[in-house]
Design a protein around this ligand. Structure first.
Ligand code: GDP
Length: 140
C-alpha cells in the first residue's frame, strides 16, 4: 500500500551547501518515497503565501527573506503515516533539540536555517502539495 502523502521543502541553506542528495538519502532511509520533486527559486509572493499562518510572528520577514535567498527543492513524499514519519525524520525545529540522525541534527545551521520543511497535518499536506504540484506531476 502506498500510504499517505506529505509535502517537503529542502531549504536554501541545504541547497547552497549541495546537500540535496544527502537529505534525500535520509528521507529514503527513513522509509519515505520521493514521488515528486522540483528545484525552484521561490518568489516572495509564493513564500508569503506558503507561510501565511506565520504572518504575525516576529520572524516572518526573516523567514520569507531566507526562503527566497536561494533555490529550494519542493517534494511530495509518500509512506505509511507520511506526515508524522517525516516530522520524525526531520527532527525538532531547533537543531539543538533535534534527535541524533535527523535531517536537522545532521545539517541545520540554526532554528531559522533548518534545512527542511515538512507539513504538520494531512490537511495542510494536501493544501501545500496543491500549491506546487498537480496530480499529473506525482508518480507514486
Ligand atoms: P516547523 O514546522 O518545525 O518548520 O516549525 P514552525 O512551523 O514553528 O516554523 C516554521 C519555520 O519558521 C521553521 O522551520 C523555521 O525555518 C522558521 N522559524 C521558526 N522559529 C523561528 C525563529 O525563532 N527564528 C527564525 N528566524 N525562524 C524561525
Amino acid at each position: 500500500m502506498a500510504g499517505t502523502r506529505t509535502f517537503s521543502i529542502i531549504k536554501p541553506d541545504a541547497t547552497e551547501r549541495n546537500l540535496t542528495g544527502a537529505v534525500n538519502k535520509v528521507i529514503e532511509e527513513g522509509g519515505l518515497r520521493i514521488v515528486a520533486q522540483r528545484r525552484i527559486k521561490m518568489t516572495r509572493e509564493q513564500a508569503e503565501r506558503f507561510y501565511s499562518v506565520h504572518a504575525e510572528r516576529p520572524f516572518f520577514g526573516e523567514l520569507v527573506d531566507f526562503m527566497t535567498s536561494g533555490p529550494v527543492v519542493v517534494q511530495v513524499l509518500e509512506g505509511e503515516n507520511a506526515v508524522a514519519r517525516y516530522r520524525d525524520v526531520m527532527g525538532a525545529t531547533n537543531p539543538e533539540e533535534a534527535a541524533e540522525g535527523t535531517i536537522r541534527a545532521l545539517f541545520a545551521k540554526s532554528i531559522g536555517e533548518n534545512s527542511a520543511h515538512g507539513s504538520d497535518s494531512d490537511e495542510n499536506a494536501a493544501i501545500e502539495i496543491a500549491q506546487f504540484f498537480s496530480e499529473a506531476d506525482i508518480a507514486g
